[in-house]
Write a protein that binds this ligand. Structure first.
Ligand SMILES: Nc1ncnc2c1ncn2[C@@H]1O[C@H](COP(=O)(O)OP(=O)(O)OP(=O)(O)O)[C@@H](O)[C@H]1O
Length: 557
């Protein structure tokens, strides 16, 4: 028997039930929680979500005869014990148990019908999904139900996922937990497999997985967990660690010219004359050498010569002043990015071979943008790397498709607003990655590329990209973001929308295509098997050390 939490009252419809709670229900139920209504005396089962809970006490009613006593600070005698008091709840009816999962409810529950908690194994039965069904992972815990996860349909990850929440709301922990689930997807016959993934890790939040793997632990069915660090990182010689090097040949002359010019100017405004001049020079040289990487790594002097040729003499196509500015931009680009950070290479580490390897033997690659993995690397260079990665993935996956080879990969991007910024609200200067991320968002599904976009401020992420996101995991949000998220995610029930600004850490609303319930649900993130050292802070502990607290008599006072 599962816990009886209420009885249906008069006035219920097939969309909404009015319920009076039992004492146990008063204690146990929270807004957002799921319950079962044994409708029409148990002849059918309805799944419902508690939307509102309203306690009532007849001695505490606005304008009642006790108003004056309350003004004087007196309580009506025996107000708690003898007053008529009860708790009402309103519940949205989500579906009726049918033979193949939930069906549209077509008649309201009757007054007096019992309302109870879900029983063990009941959700699986209601949804018609088995616990070990291939392609289904059980995410965290539905609010109020220990051990009962939310079933997610992995097939639908191809329609992209957005994970949003304020700082400290538990996003990175949640994405790590999701990666653990993706590392062990039931395939049927008792077998499991992992979805290949590349994570753009803004702060080193996922390095625990690399560390665990490098010291001999497995991460589900992942064949390997790689960490990619910049060539000047002290961590580059660690096991299962590779350096981040890219080439420039995935970009067009125009894209490179724009990047190089704005990199120099700090991106305040794009100087069209300079961009056009550099584009022309790159096109001409590009025809000769067939490789921009070759030009920037070995033939910069030829670039300067051509630039000078095109800007000398009467009627020269490039004004000498423009040529000087272009030269100085190229100088900075080569000095910083090619020679300084050492990111550009004719044999890049992130190339088709690497993607082949990740997808053929499903592995996880963490591109480490933390201070240790990317020491001193400014945002534009990180954007260049993400732009490169997006282009490379798009190209390689298109080739797979053309060859009739089906492969899948999840590209997880933390701080997505830096790579696919919303030009209206978040004017970061460089947005080289945005167009290709938009392309992956709109086309990637057909090629097997799945985006998982993570951000503190969804309103700062490009709406074109976000409009293609079909599964939303929403942690505590800033008020300004709520209307935006609610609209893009197809509308949230008011009871959940109201709570978004107050969600405790680790609790999220999960809605969209992967959610097999078919309606938004409140879920507590599950426990990670690998700990999350990065997000932890130890302020008080560190102050205790500074002040010598707890060090005994010999310690500092
Ligand atoms: N479900 C959870 N269970 C246990 N600890 C959690 C959970 N969720 C988050 N934490 C812990 O809370 C802290 C903050 O979480 P996390 O780093 O995931 O937040 P975040 O939303 O990603 O923040 P930011 O945007 O600043 O990166 C971390 O120490 C993390 O380990």
């Amino acid at each position: 028997m599962t816990l009886l939490v209420g009885f249906v009252l008069s006035g219920s419809t097939s969309d909404e039930a009015k319920i009076q709670l039992t004492e146990a229900g008063e204690e146990r139920l929270r807004e957002g929680q799921l319950v079962i209504i044994e409708s029409n005396r148990g002849s059918e089962l309805l799944l419902a979500r508690i939307e509102r809970i309203v306690p009532v006490n007849e001695f505490f009613v606005e304008g009642d005869p006790w108003s004056e006593a309350r003004r004087r600070g007196l309580l009506p005698p025996l107000a708690e014990e003898v007053a008529r008091r009860y708790t009402l709840a309103e519940a949205a009816i989500l579906g009726k148990a049918g033979r193949r999962g939930l069906e549209e409810p077509d008649r309201p529950p009757k007054p007096g019908d019992r309302v109870r908690m879900l029983g063990s194994g009941e959700l699986e039965k209601l949804l018609g999904v088995e616990r070990d069904a291939p392609g289904v992972v059980w995410y965290g815990e539905l609010l109020g139900y220990e051990g009962l996860g939310l079933p997610l349909d992995i097939e639908n990850i191809t329609m992209h996922v957005g994970v949003f929440g304020e700082t400290g709301s538990g996003k990175s922990y949640g994405v790590g937990y999701m990666l653990e689930l993706l590392s062990r997807i039931p395939l049927g016959d008792g077998r499991y497999g992992a979805l290949p993934a590349v994570v753009v890790d803004a702060n080193g939040d996922y390095l625990d997985y690399h560390e665990a793997f490098a010291s001999g632990h497995r991460l589900g069915e992942y064949h390997a967990v790689y960490r990619l660090v910049f060539p000047r990182s002290p961590a580059r010689f660690e096991p299962y660690t590779r350096t981040v090097t890219i080439d420039l040949d995935v970009f067009t002359a125009r894209e490179l010219a724009e990047f190089i010019v704005t990199y120099k100017s700090g991106g305040v405004d794009v100087n069209e004359l300079q961009v056009a001049a550099l584009e022309r020079v790159l096109r001409e040289l590009g025809e000769e050498y067939q490789s921009y990487t070759e030009i920037f790594t070995r033939r910069v002097s030829e670039l300067y010569e051509l630039l000078s040729e095109l800007s000398t003499g009467r009627g020269a196509p490039i004004h000498p002043q423009t040529a000087r500015a272009v030269r100085s931009a190229v100088d900075k680009f080569v000095g910083d990015i090619v020679e300084g950070y050492g990111v550009i290479s004719r044999k890049p580490s992130i190339d088709k071979g690497f993607i082949d390897e990740l997808t053929a033997q499903p592995s996880l690659a963490i591109i480490d943008f933390s201070a240790e993995g990317a020491p001193g690397i400014p945002l534009p260079v990180r954007q260049l790397v993400v732009a490169y990665l997006a282009r490379l993935l798009y190209k390689v996956f298109t080739e797979y498709k053309v060859r009739g080879e089906e492969r899948y990969l999840a590209l997880v991007i933390e701080e997505a607003q830096n790579y696919a910024p919303n030009p209206r609200t978040y004017p970061v200067a460089w947005s080289l990655a945005r167009d290709y991320l938009a392309l992956i968002a709109t086309q990637g599904r057909k090629f097997g590329l799945c985006l998982v976009l993570v951000s503190q401020r969804p309103a700062f992420v490009d709406p074109v990209v976000l409009s293609m996101v079909n599964t939303w995991i929403i942690y505590r949000l800033a008020v300004e973001d709520i209307p935006y998220v609610s609209k893009l995610s197809g509308g949230l029930p008011r009871s959940l929308e109201r709570r978004l600004t107050r969600l405790p850490r680790g609790i999220a609303v999960v809605t969209g295509q992967m959610n097999m319930l078919g309606f938004p649900a409140l879920v507590r993130t599950g426990r990670r098997r690998v700990s999350h050292a990065m997000g932890r802070t130890r302020l008080v502990e560190s102050l205790r050390r500074v002040y010598g607290v707890g060090e005994g008599a010999g310690g500092k006072g």
